[in-house]
Design a protein around this ligand. Structure first.
Ligand SMILES: *Cc1c(COP(=O)(O)O)cnc(C)c1O
Length: 223
């Protein structure tokens, strides 16, 4: 199947209001162009260098979402070119994003990545850590150049559907709690980014409104 066929197959299963982030990491610019020609405009990348190189070679109306582990020293390069940084997992990173965004007069949309999986290895704020940061209110006063638009999460990497569903349920519950507690009057806080190729159907049942899909669109990655 072609990239265009994969995309239309996936799109036909997404409810109204759910956006598709096509995860193009490790895939060639030609493949991204093919997806672009099929109407895709949101792409996800996990390395700053790779993202910047692709930005320079592809149409400017692409929305680039950063979804990988981000090092503080790469933030300055990323902020001008990213439409959204989905994988923010520390206060230190938020502080640096705010600082770099301020320098170029941008308000940077971000998602807070929450750790809901049972693996130790997964990144993200622990729920309590995220709650404590939001309670502190420091983002309201000290970080005017970031806009917190919602949460990102990854489920445990397992074939056990019940485990994956429980992880997404946790993410959904945290979103509801934070929305009510901290963002009740803030329409921007609306994004629930969870679900990948193998588990996005389950994520949709837990109110995902961005799904991040790579393999099911582009095939296997060659690292
Ligand atoms: C690579 C990646 C994806 C896409 O995974 P697929 O299984 O290829 O769909 C989604 N989200 C994040 C954070 C990723 O790193």
């Amino acid at each position: 199947m072609s990239i265009g066929e994969n995309l239309s197959g996936i799109r036909s299963t997404l409810p109204e209001g759910v956006r598709l982030c096509a995860v193009s990491k490790f895939h060639a610019v030609e493949k991204i162009s093919e997806a672009y020609a099929a109407g895709q405009r949101i792409f996800g990348e996990s390395r700053v260098q790779e993202l910047c190189s692709k930005v320079a070679q592809l149409p400017s109306d692409i929305e680039w979402h950063f979804i990988g582990h981000l090092q503080t020293n790469k933030v300055r390069q990323l902020v001008p070119v990213a439409s959204m940084i989905e994988s923010v997992d520390s206060v230190r990173l938020l502080t640096e994003i705010n600082r770099c965004a301020e320098k170029i007069g941008k308000v940077m949309p971000v998602l807070l990545e929450v750790h809901v999986a049972s693996e130790e290895s997964k990144t993200g704020f622990a729920p309590d850590e995220c709650r404590a940061f939001l309670s502190s209110g420091q983002w309201r006063t000290a970080m005017p150049n970031i806009r917190i638009c919602g949460l990102m999460a990854m489920a445990t990497n397992t074939d056990c559907e019940a485990t994956v569903a429980a992880d997404f349920a946790t993410a959904e519950q945290l979103f509801g709690e934070f929305k009510q507690q901290f963002f009740a009057g803030d329409a921007a806080f609306s994004i629930r980014s969870w679900g990948m190729s193998g588990d996005y159907q389950i994520a949709l049942r837990h109110s995902a409104n961005i799904v991040r899909i790579g393999t099911a669109i582009f095939g296997l990655r060659e690292y």
